[in-house]
Design a protein around this ligand. Structure first.
Ligand code: 3EB
Length: 340
């Protein structure tokens, strides 16, 4: 028996009966790259169009509510909620956003975030806690601009249009590229505001200089969220960036060490604001994104060395993905839930 209102679990995709679906807020399917779309899930499910590395073919990460959920669907967005938080997924094909002048990815991103903000306002759960952003060909140039930078314009314009703050209360986030697939955004939102956390080793992403694109990325380095009886720590996608510069060009081992140093520093910063017991690096659930699948042994060895071998191998899931700067070879995100 748990008194927390939210739990996180990893399931192999064939044990769908393990949780009554009435209490499943939603999920993410990892390792679906190259597969035919399966039957439509009865809950919001984000499909990561890439490969899980080194383990199972597919796994599903599930967010479980302690109470039954309500749900809805509109304009490509599916959501489920309980009394205090909401999980949603929106998937948009860029082909539907081919207006003159504006890159389709930028237009699709702006539309997606506008729909998310409209939903959260209507549901009276306005606080965006965490977003998971995936898109095809993130490093490719089109319309004279790298696609990740197009995404950042659409995202920031939507925050601005919704009169949402651009430098405070930004959600934790990640943004990665796959070879193929729609713009796919999953999100958790709630009634209560997050405590946003920045990293003293890194410039805040919302303050990045213009050389990284005409609009800065709209995310916090980490966030603490507080549903009833619980404290969630979300660590945003983290890479080998110190101040605003990518470092250790071409050296995946050094990039992984730098990334884990950044995560250690941001966890320390979060622990100074945490309401529960301190978060430890060896209790976090990690997703590790590798640009090159062949780097898996080296990256795994660094994580095992720095964090200790995982007590549960499911707590470190390795995925193939393109990181949002061409020189970055690895990105790591993490989370944990404590009772409070
Ligand atoms: C960085 O630190 C690496 O655009 O939402 C990490 C996490 C990164 C989130 C985002 C981007 C995003 O700038 C990239």
């Amino acid at each position: 028996m748990s008194t927390t209102s939210l739990q996180f679990a990893i399931a192999s995709t064939d044990d769908t009966d393990q949780h009554t679906s009435a209490q499943l807020l939603g999920s993410a399917l990892l390792g679906a790259g190259g597969r035919l779309p399966s039957a439509r899930a009865p809950w919001p499910k984000q499909t990561l169009q890439t490969e899980l590395l080194g383990g199972q073919a597919t796994l599903e990460e599930r967010w479980l509510s302690s109470s039954d959920c309500r749900e809805g669907e509109q304009d490509g967005l599916r959501w489920r909620r309980n009394d205090e938080l909401l999980y949603g997924v929106i998937e948009l094909d860029e082909g539907g956003f081919d207006a003159a002048g504006i890159p389709p990815l930028q237009a699709a991103t702006e539309a997606a975030y506008q729909r998310i903000f409209a939903l959260l306002d209507a549901q009276q759960l306005p606080q965006l806690w965490r977003t998971w952003n995936y898109m095809a060909a993130i490093n490719r140039d089109s319309h004279g601009l790298e696609r990740y930078r197009q995404f950042n314009i659409g995202r920031q314009d939507a925050f601005r249009a919704a009169r949402r703050a651009l430098e405070v209360q930004l959600p934790a986030a990640c943004a990665l590229g796959f070879a193929d697939g729609p713009l796919s955004i999953a999100f958790l939102a709630g009634r209560t505001p997050i405590i946003p956390i920045e990293n003293p080793r890194q410039m805040s992403a919302f303050a990045y200089p213009r050389r990284y694109g005409p609009r800065s990325p709209s995310f916090s380095r980490a966030a603490l969220a507080h549903p009833a009886g619980a404290e969630i720590l979300f660590i945003s996608g983290t890479a080998s960036i110190v101040d605003h510069r990518s470092i250790h060009d071409g050296d995946v081992v050094a990039q992984t060490h730098e990334t884990l140093c950044n995560i250690g520093t941001v966890v320390d910063a979060a622990n100074r604001r945490a309401l529960s017991v301190p978060f430890r690096l060896d209790e976090l659930h990690y997703r590790i994104y590798l640009r090159h699948a062949a780097d898996l042994p080296q990256v795994t060895a660094v994580l095992d060395e720095v964090l200790g071998p995982p007590a549960n191998p499911m707590s470190r899931l390795y995925l193939r993905a393109d990181v949002c700067r061409a020189e970055l070879l690895v990105e790591v995100e993490a989370q944990a839930i404590h009772p409070r």
